[in-house]
Design a protein around this ligand. Structure first.
Ligand code: IMP
Length: 431
């Protein structure tokens, strides 16, 4: 067993980019298996901030092969500009064999974005990233999607497929949403250009490559996007993304069986954030929320939106542990909590005066739940250069061990700053 799945345990933005970058220093392969350019994985490479939307976060390690597998929705334009930026900076992708894109991945085009954004203008908006994720997955489910391999068809056949797709989409776009129709000629021109940029990375069967790597005992890291509570089936529906974000999605999205998985590492922020709509019981709309937002620099890496901020929610974490079979926790951004006299942590909920210990299965109930907090002592020291658990202030150690006890999962890594080096290991999480 040499596969390790890394997922977010909250509503995304837990710090997966940094964590995957740190873990992938020893990874042979890093796989993105769901979601698309709605993800924004932020990394700090030698003091420089890098944001990746589609390329796996292992790209800055020269020995790592990055794979975009079948479960991903592929925004070609974003992908091409991301590839170009990395090549120009000299930080990675010096040769094309370092990135493999599955022929079976779903292509996301401008009409998906137009539809997503048009829906968000309506009363029932979700607060999506506007990147076309929902409409692209809808096409996949209704068997109308263009797959990455289709882009390399003969131009005439490709044009015909596109024409069929656009006739339906433009009907919706023009007649229902009253937006400007998408031009067939422009879309085709755009595809013909982008496909040449992406041709070197085309891979017929990434599932075969990943399976081979796993059977050869290579270290394979599956990089999840978004967070468990945004899962289309198990999240706060309808305020969710359109893919599965729980750990099981790594298997389905990359086409491998469960027997290869050694660990499921959940990236958990020391507090909670959420972008877009939906219930969030521990949200702080007062000055403490503003403190977390400012100190944690909580702005969406994809949309620039302010993230909603609040305290850590243990029933929600325990739910994520259950639905994803989490075996290890990596606690991120602990340094943001320094300087606080006390830190509230949600241990249960309350409804009509009664204590509710568990996260509800119908997430709409969350809206009326009030958090029950345990108040833990804070610490005032700057912890950002501490390298060992035992050197952390006692209150910070207590905060970590409390999370560990309550969740039943070891906190093996703690991040105390954005740089790779600002990482403290309680147990080395070898891949
Ligand atoms: P969509 O994935 O763009 O359809 O957005 C659906 C919901 O998921 C919205 O609330 C988004 O803000 C949220 N979301 C999508 N991707 C991310 C992410 O990478 N981090 C945090 N929230 C996300």
């Amino acid at each position: 067993m040499s596969g390790v799945i890394v997922i977010g345990s909250q509503w995304g933005d837990e710090g997966k980019g940094k964590a995957v970058d740190v873990f992938s220093s020893t990874a042979d392969y890093v796989i993105r298996y769901q979601g698309g350019s709605n993800a924004g994985h932020t990394l700090n490479i030698a003091g420089q901030k890098k944001v990746l939307h589609l390329i796996p976060s292992g790209v800055f390690h020269s020995n790592t092969i990055c794979v975009i597998s079948a479960g991903v929705v592929l925004d070609m334009e974003t992908l091409v500009s991301e590839i170009q930026a990395i090549k120009e900076s000299g930080d990675g992708l010096s040769d094309s064999s370092k990135l493999l894109i599955s022929d079976s991945a779903t292509v996301l085009l401008d009409y998906h974005k137009v539809l997503d954004q048009a829906r968000e203008k309506g009363a029932e908006k979700i607060g999506t990233t506007g990147k076309g994720i929902g409409p692209a997955y809808e096409d996949r489910a209704s068997r109308k999607a263009l797959l990455f391999r289709d882009l390399f068809l003969d131009e005439k056949i490709l044009k015909h497929k596109l024409e069929r797709a656009l006739s339906e989409k433009n009907f919706l776009i023009e007649k229902f949403y009253k937006e400007k129709a998408i031009s067939l000629e422009n879309t085709l021109k755009q595809i013909l250009f982008l496909r040449e940029e992406l041709r070197p990375y085309r891979c017929q069967d990434t599932s075969f490559i990943i399976h081979k790597a796993l059977t050869e005992n290579k270290k394979v890291l599956f990089e999840g996007a978004q967070g468990s509570l945004l899962d289309i089936l198990h999240g706060t529906y309808p305020y969710v993304t359109s893919s599965n974000t729980v750990a099981g999605a790594a298997l389905v999205g990359s086409g491998i069986g469960p027997g290869f998985i050694k660990k499921v590492i959940a990236i958990t922020k020391a507090y909670t954030t959420r972008v877009g709509g939906g219930p969030f019981p521990t949200e702080c709309q007062d000055k403490q929320g503003i403190f977390l937002q400012k100190k944690g620099e909580e702005w969406g890496a994809t949309t620039g939106r302010k993230r909603r901020c609040g305290w850590l929610d243990l029933p929600a974490l325990k739910y994520a542990v259950r639905v994803s079979g989490i075996t290890h926790l990596a606690l991120m951004k602990l340094d943001v909590l320094s300087d606080m006299k006390e830190i509230p942590i949600c241990v249960a909920y309350q409804l009509n005066g009664k204590v509710v210990p568990n996260y509800p299965i119908h997430s709409s109930e969350l809206t009326s739940y009030k958090p029950v907090y345990k108040i833990l002592p804070g610490w005032q020291e700057d912890i950002s250069s501490i390298k060992k658990f035992k050197d952390l202030p006692k209150a910070a150690q207590h905060y970590i061990t409390f999370i560990q006890q309550e969740s039943g999962v070891p906190v093996d890594m703690v991040s105390v700053g954005p740089a790779r080096s600002a990482t403290l290991w309680r147990n080395q999480l070898f891949l």
